[in-house]
Ligand binder design. Structure first.
Ligand code: C2E
Ligand code: CA
Ligand code: CA
Ligand code: CA
Length: 278
């Protein structure tokens, strides 16, 4: 029929258009993916290594394409950051994560939920309003939310970042420096930003037992954190020897493949149910 033919040709045109666009403008492609809900949260468990209990998770984004392919963040987060789409992406990711895990909070209100933020998030206070809007009125209290700011990207304005962090903390939100020891911050971020937590990068965890100076760096960070009353999370923990080393050197929280990788929502909720029974 003519209507059928028209439908088919319109469909072909739309497909052609979308493949052209995919080739020509990756920013449009990324924006469309965000709007279509293709950015999905994965959850990596964070453990209390003194008690063996699951205490929360870090949300790590994945791009789940319509054909089922799961794309890691390293292939699209840089573009999201340079294009400014990171604000929309983070906002959508927080909403999706909230909707996925909210039910767990009825039985486990103390579970921590961490998100990665970009340095630019701390240069204006949009993130403060976003977090309040997304989690206010949800079963997840703002005190359970943590935002991680990586040391890998420079913070253009430390004073502004300090103000944004203080505004978040006034709501009860926790702030962490991610990838400590690898980037621009050095001890400066630790001293100036007033964060609640530091995350020791995998690089130092990998070197436990193999490089003396790496052990010294971990021990120095732990000592400094204790003095400053800052929490420490070790990341990228892959062996029991590393867990043992961290435990005996005063690190109480860790995440890594020795416990679990980042899991899709369903698997994380199953794990919570299995591990959260007191
Ligand atoms: P990150 O925040 O340092 O996250 C830790 C990365 O190490 C994650 O990779 C995680 O899956 C991986 N990982 C965790 N434990 C282990 C382990 O024991 N061994 C190994 N080999 N790897 C481990 P992923 O998910 O590919 O994320 C890479 C980076 O992308 C993250 O590094 C973070 O900087 C960025 N990222 C992820 N999600 C987001 C997001 O929603 N927003 C922003 N702005 N950045 C994100
Ligand atoms: Ca992180
Ligand atoms: Ca990290
Ligand atoms: Ca890292």
């Amino acid at each position: 029929s003519r209507a059928g033919g028209l439908f088919i040709s319109t469909l072909i045109f739309a497909l052609a258009l979308s493949t052209t666009r995919r080739r020509q403008d990756p920013v449009d492609d990324l924006r469309a993916a965000i709007d279509a809900g293709e950015m999905v949260p994965y959850y990596q468990p964070v453990m209390d290594i003194s008690s063996g209990r699951l205490i929360g998770c870090e949300v790590l984004v994945r791009w789940r394409r319509p054909d089922g392919e799961v794309v890691p963040p390293s292939s699209f987060i840089p573009l999201a950051e340079t294009s400014g789409l990171i604000f929309e992406l983070t906002n959508r990711l927080m909403r999706t994560a909230r909707d996925e895990v909210a039910a767990v909070y009825a039985t486990r209100p103390s579970l921590k939920l961490g998100f990665n933020a970009h340095a630019d998030h701390f240069l204006n206070d949009r993130i403060v309003a976003d977090v309040e809007q997304v989690f206010g009125g949800s079963p997840i209290r703002l005190s359970q939310i943590m935002l991680e700011v990586t040391e890998r990207a420079p913070l253009a304005d430390l004073n502004e970042a300090r103000r944004t962090i203080a505004a978040l903390q006034a709501l009860g939100v926790k702030v962490a420096i991610d990838d400590v020891g690898t980037g621009h911050g050095g001890l400066n971020y630790l001293l100036k930003l007033g964060v609640d937590t530091i995350k020791i990068d995998k690089m130092f965890i990998d070197a436990i037992g193999t490089e003396r100076y790496s052990n010294a760096i971990i021990e120095t960070l732990v000592e400094l954190s204790r003095t400053m009353k800052i929490d420490v999370i070790a990341e990228g923990v892959e062996t029991f020897d590393q867990v043992e080393y961290l435990r005996s050197h005063g690190v109480h929280m860790a995440q890594g493949h020795v416990f679990a990788p980042a899991l899709p929502g369903g698997a994380f909720l199953d794990l919570c149910e299995a591990m959260c029974r007191d």
